[in-house]
Design a protein around this ligand. Sequence first.
Ligand SMILES: [Zn+2]
Length: 286
Amino acid sequence: MSATSTKETKASKKTTTAKKSTSTAKKKVSATKDSSIEEKLDGLFNLQKIDSEIDRIRIIRGELPIEVEDLEDEIVGLETRTGKIQTEIDEIDQDISNRKIGSKESDAAILKYKERQNNVRNNREFESLSKEIEFQELEIKLNEKRTKEGKIKIDNKKEILAEATDRLNLKKADLTTKKAELDSIISATQKDENKLLKASKEAKKNIEERLVLAYNRLRDNSKNGLAVVELIYGNKRNTGHRDASCGGCFNKIPPQRELDIVTKKKIIICEHCGKILIPSQEELED
Ligand SMILES: [Zn+2]
């Protein structure tokens, strides 16, 4: 019982302290003459966060279609390949049927020559017909040999064709999935992007035009779209001091300027990259 009450007291004490610190912070803000500058900086930082999110969505969406495109290219390549193998098989098949016809013709010719051999007038004519027969027999043998070879070639090619067809079907199924995925991502990100674009427009309304123009110019001239950057801090030195740098170009910021940035009493622009500097949000949380 007593333990619970202690806990409760502690908890209520904590709440009071929290409340107190909030009210002190509020007092501080309202007491400072330059609170409008702080508001401007906060407004700019808020705008930057929204615009950076828009940039991020556009980058993600930009890369997805490339994956689908690669898949489509691979499918075209596989279709060309399977088509070529099929043509080769058809050509060998055609050659085999041509040889079948050729052998039949040779058989017929042999029969004819043999008949004529029965009615020859001399030995020379007989020999000449024998040579013709021999030639036709060789043709038949050659056809048999080529047919055998052709059938082996067809078997090999059919195996390769089956593998390529399997791969092609797999890639086609993959493409269907990826395309559906891409479509849903595009529509989803489009929704998010539209929301953010609206938020960005709203955020700009609360910032004076001169600053919005400067912000837009900075963003347009920046590869990563950053116009407002946080201070970043290096490791603690022996003296306990930590160097502050610009979060955009990483150049060191002199201590006096750092103070002006941290207190948000002036809008400070980096001397090196021209970006608007704000305090490190991580440091503020600590
Ligand atoms: Zn800089």
